[in-house]
Design a protein around this ligand. Structure first.
Ligand SMILES: [Zn+2]
Ligand SMILES: [Zn+2]
Length: 349
């Protein structure tokens, strides 16, 4: 089957023919992938920017961790998932036996074997996932919306970490899919205002506008940053979802006394921080990464009820054979979420 893979520890990906998974063992579930999203982290792995050295001993690995599809086989120990079910999957589903799993923090599992990073992912016609991470799609959620569940969960988790409360002023730095998901769940949590800033990001800010977020700033425009700082100063919560170290200084400057910044971007560089400002203004700095089981339940419920309001996040749909074109659209920020369709057209449903 065709698969988009990281082959070696240098920039680039390869789209090539690979063997299909032949056995489904233990608690694994085999899923025919119907839709899979290109994530910002996939671009980092493609570029081979800092932070992915853990993949070196595992290469080659098929990427793709934001997916939905149909169950076509289950391992002998699988009890809760049935062949034929329409599903999505938590890519870093817990092992259930390590210390973190046994002490009630499965999100910190030391053997999570994330699909699409540690084990072969969903940029292929078939993918294996752990039963513990497989979630059935509600009837009203189609495959492409199902493929949004993972990035939506990452945003929903960041909003939980931030403890967004009704009436608060929220700013999101970075208008990519995670920034968009944060905006959706901050509004759902009752934020009074949600402003979003991008950098030469018209297509992605347009997606936010389609979802009802009109307070946006393009920092690449002359005066854009001054405008943001003038109009959004005194924010209760700022999310850093751009992955640019320089953006953290803006985040701190925007915060009100005792405000909270939550970092979710994947930062390849180190940042320098004005710690005196952090102390005197009693600012909180938090990190959010990945998801928890309860986020999946929450997000699938949200998709079932508000899926059409969220669908504008998807701007491009391409067959897997055009994956590299999809990566280019995402890299140049001409696309928001690009969904790849791995099944031959006649079998897509
Ligand atoms: Zn992702
Ligand atoms: Zn574990």
């Amino acid at each position: 089957m065709l698969a988009l893979r990281k082959i070696e520890a240098s920039p680039g990906l390869a789209l090539l023919d690979t063997p299909e998974p032949d056995t489904v063992s233990g608690t694994d579930v085999l899923i025919a992938v119907e839709a899979v999203g290109i994530c910002g982290s996939d671009l980092h792995v493609d570029d081979w920017s800092a932070g992915y050295d853990f993949m070196v001993p595992l290469l080659p690995v098929t990427l793709g961790h934001e997916f939905a599809g149909r169950v076509i086989a289950v391992g002998p120990q699988v009890a809760s998932v049935k062949v034929g079910q329409r599903v999505t999957a938590w890519p870093s589903a817990p092992c259930g036996v390590c210390h973190a799993c046994k002490t009630g923090t499965p999100q910190n599992c030391s053997d999570k074997q994330t699909v699409g990073l540690y084990r072969n992912g969903a940029f292929a016609a078939k993918v294996l996932a752990r039963e513990t991470g497989v979630f059935e799609l509600p009837e009203s959620v189609d495959f492409e919306l199902g493929a949004l569940a993972e990035p939506l969960c990452v945003g929903a988790r960041a909003v939980r970490v931030a403890e967004v409360r009704p009436g608060q002023k929220v700013v999101v730095l970075g208008p990519g899919s995670i920034g968009q998901a944060i905006a959706i769940f901050a509004r759902q949590a009752g934020a009074h205002s949600v402003a979003i800033a991008g950098h030469d990001d018209a297509p992605r800010l347009e997606v936010l506008s389609q979802m009802g977020f009109d307070e946006s700033f393009d920092l690449a425009r002359p005066g854009g940053r001054d405008d943001l700082l003038a109009r959004c100063a005194g924010a209760d919560i700022v999310f850093e979802a751009s992955g640019h170290a320089s953006s953290i200084a803006d985040a701190l400057e925007l915060l009100a006394m005792e405000g909270t910044v939550v970092l979710t971007g994947i930062h390849a560089e180190q940042a320098s921080l004005d710690l005196l400002q952090v102390v005197r203004r009693k600012l909180q700095i938090r990190g959010s990464h990945g998801t928890r089981r309860e986020d999946w339940t929450h997000v699938l419920h949200t998709l079932a009820h508000f899926g059409e309001a969220i669908r504008p996040m998807i701007t491009h749909r391409l067959p897997l054979s055009r994956a590299l074109e999809g990566f280019e659209l995402a890299r140049t920020r001409n696309a928001s979420k690009v969904i790849l369709l791995p099944q031959p057209k006649e079998t897509q449903s």
